[in-house]
Design a protein around this ligand. Sequence first.
Ligand code: NI
Length: 441
Amino acid sequence: MKKPLFYLLGAVALTCLSYSNCSFAANTDKTLASIKQASQSIEKKVIQWRRHLHQNPELSNREFKTAAYIEKHLRSLGLEVKTKVAHTGLIAILKGAKPGPVVALRADMDALPVKERTPVDFASKVTSEYNGKQVPVMHACGHDTHMAILMGVAEILSARKQELAGTVKFIFQPAEEGSPAGEEGGAELMVKQGVLKNPEVDAIFGLHISAGTDVGTIGVKTEGILAGVDDVKIIVKGKQAHGSTPWKSIDPIVTAAQIINGLQTIVSRHMTLTERPAVVTIGAIDGGVRSNIIPERVEMLGTVRTFSQEDRMAIREHIRNKATLIGKSMSAEVEVKIPYSASYPVTYNDIELTNKMLPTLKSIANKVKIIKPITGAEDFSFYAQEVPGMFFFLGGKPLDVSEEDAAPHHTPDFYIDESGMRFGIEALAQLAVDYLNMHAK
Ligand code: NI
């Protein structure tokens, strides 16, 4: 649910535009210079932290050493720190000297079961247990950079405690990539455990490093920036028969084929494509053992990506209807489970918040790109469905590498140009300061 926080803000911004000696603008300019400076001078340290975290990656819900490393730093800054939130998560509170709202900044902590192949001397050699197997572990999505950046921001803002008009909540969140089977975790569990309460958060910001975006560029958009996800399982139950006598069967293979075809018309014939994209994919189909047996049962797994809650609910309903009615027409019994395993809301960038904070991003990045919606997902969405949020992408691609040549996230060659991190430190620190100043009591 979105809170109506911004009714006052319009008036403040207008006043500032009308008078050249506006005190808010002057303050912001002063802080901007000092935060830019601080980000530059802390850059080396942040890169060292990042390399340490990169060399010591841990899988989702197992970020024990990672949490201890971050905790030590946060405590050294004199912050109020809460540990073991949603298993290994941390919350640190920085109370400014002046009254004001509460702004939260979030970084995710987990690595992936990927074998690193980059030539850097701090490449990971770590292995760990995953689903009962020993696997190589790598920060192959850049969450190491997110943590190091936020540690840097905590240090910069702690040094400005006297000037801060409000409270900053630093959130270090485990298991963004998804919890191990049978475990809860990630942002959903953090929210359940009250991360946005006590004190109540008024707005939240988060970033993701992007291996395919130029260093110095920030990508953002209003409304849905990353998709909502629903996984789906469809079970088709028929009647087994010899392959030579199909008239004695209720054929779940033919029924499943018709269901898959039927699902293709959900996006193409029911969704308003000029408004928002949507995706329905069946990615797995399992049925039958040999050529001359019509089996009893077929199971299918799929994923749905949407950019509004309305589309999400509509597609759930269309899948249930099409699958069961096509099944009925074939005398087969069809069971639809949606959501099945993964279920994430849309990562929604609050329109007013994003528009208000765009000038801050523009003052920092070499270029701010208004990007298209991305059909991937991010569990930052669980925070942003509770309070106004803004999530953006931070360039981490060396300028002399083409977008096509940049190794994608979650792959062994995934590589981040560390010089991009400085823009992230500056952006999060300045977003917090500007937000607090805009809403100072
Ligand atoms: Ni990620």
